[in-house]
Design a binder for this molecule. Sequence first.
Ligand code: ADE
Length: 257
Amino acid sequence: MQIDILTLFPQMFQSPFGSGIVKRAIDQKLVGVKIHNIRDYTHDKHHTVDDYPYGGGAGMVLKPEPIFEAVEAIRAAMPHQPAVDGLTVILLTPQGRLFSQQIALELSRYSHLILICGHYEGVDERVSQYLVTDEISIGDYVLSGGELAAMVVADAVLRLVPGVLGSAASPVDDSHATGLLEYPQYTRPPLYREWAVPEVLLSGNHAQIAKWRHEQAIARTRERRPELLEKANLNLRERQLLDKVELNSEGPDSGGR
Ligand code: ADE
């Protein structure tokens, strides 16, 4: 997968993509991430990227020309022009569809994403109408630009690309991957202060452990995000469990907050 990001602040991307899983995936050439400065696609002396809004009002609006030219240059430079359905051009904006694990999975199936970071009071509407194929918001709040949103989207998508998490880890149990929150995790020591790891996890009984984890995922989702259960596609046995299962009694779920 290739992700190209168009931004006015390329330096913001150095640290999130310069460490951890994403950096490793880039180094191993499993994915390519390229940051483009929108200002490089201007032609005037002052490298103007924004202008006053027609009709008046506060703030500035990002001009369409450098954004169109940047996307066209990226497409022209690609060694293989992907099929139309291999590429999607996404504008990060609080007006977009709300990002979710489902959307991350959908985007991970494209071979090429172009992410455009909006700024100021907005982006000329012709970018949305004639260039962009998708608009995404990462939440119902307003950031000072689309950069942090692009990082969130790129990170969530890239870790789903086959091979990126390595063979040992798998995204299938992640919170939200199943429609449920993830079960609680423990590591050594088995007793820390007076807090013990649940007995079943030390039992070596894989069937019992899988059952306990599944019940905990259901109970935790019921406690923290009950609205997710409506969409979670639970079978009859799981629905019955919903009423019965007890949350792991120690820890943050037990009302200690
Ligand atoms: N730009 C500003 N706020 C945003 C948000 N919530 N999501 C995506 N892009 C944004």
